[in-house]
Design a protein around this ligand. Structure first.
Ligand code: ZN
Length: 185
C-alpha cells in the first residue's frame, strides 16, 4: 500500500490461479490508519470501474478482511437492486436461514464464466464500517448472495467451489443469451 496516493486508483484484479485468491485473509486491526483508508478508496474506485456487484480485498491482492457491496443494474447484472457502495470490514455471518436458493453468479476473478450457486436465502450479518462503527443487519435474496460470495473470497473460496455440478457452469456469452431469452415478452 502506498500512503501517498490521494487520488483513488483503479487496482489490478487478481485472477484465479493467483495464490492470494486461495489464501485466508487476515483480520483488520487498524481501521483508522490513513494507508488503510486510502486503500479502501482504491477498492471503491476499482469496483466502480469494473461494474462489479461487489469486491473483496484479496481480489486486488490485499489479503485483508474487507469487502464492498455495490449492487446496481447493469449489462452484466440487469436485474440487480441498487445500493450505495457499502464497505464492510471484518464481516461475519451471525445467522443463516435453512432455506437455500440457487442463482447465477459471476466474478471479476473468474472472467467469462457464470455458475449456478446455492446460497442461504436470508442471513444476519455484522461488520465494522470504515469509521469503525459496528453494524448488524439482515439481508435476503440478491444482497444475501453478494455478501456470501464476497465473504467467501476472504476465506480463499470462489463460486466455482460452490456449484453442485460442473454442468452448472456456462460461459458469459451463453449466459447473456439465456438471460435475453428469459426476459423476452
Ligand atoms: Zn468474486
Amino acid at each position: 500500500m502506498d500512503s501517498s496516493n490521494l487520488i483513488p486508483r483503479v487496482l489490478e484484479i487478481a485472477e484465479l490461479g493467483a495464490p492470494v485468491i486461495r489464501a485466508r485473509a487476515t483480520e483488520v486491526t487498524n481501521i483508522r490508519d490513513p494507508q488503510l483508508q486510502a486503500f479502501i478508496d482504491d477498492l471503491l474506485a476499482t469496483v466502480a470501474d469494473e461494474s462489479g456487484m461487489g469486491i473483496a480485498a484479496p481480489q486486488v491482492s490485499e489479503s485483508q478482511r474487507i469487502i464492498v457491496l455495490s449492487p446496481q443494474p447493469n449489462a452484466r447484472y440487469p436485474y440487480a437492486p441498487t445500493m450505495e457502495p457499502t464497505v464492510m470490514i471484518n464481516p461475519e455471518m451471525l445467522w443463516a436461514s435453512s432455506e437455500i436458493g440457487k442463482d447465477w453468479e459471476g466474478c471479476l476473478t473468474v472472467p467469462g464464466i457464470r455458475g449456478l450457486v446455492p446460497r442461504y436465502q436470508a442471513i444476519r450479518i455484522r461488520y465494522h464500517t470504515r469509521q469503525d462503527a459496528i453494524v448488524e443487519t439482515t439481508y435476503e435474496g440478491f444482497l444475501a448472495r453478494v455478501f456470501q460470495h464476497e465473504v467467501d473470497h476472504l476465506d480463499g473460496v470462489v463460486f466455482l467451489d460452490r456449484v453442485e455440478s460442473t454442468k452448472d457452469l456456462v460461459t458469459e456469452k451463453e449466459w447473456q443469451r439465456m438471460i435475453a431469452q428469459r426476459h423476452q415478452p
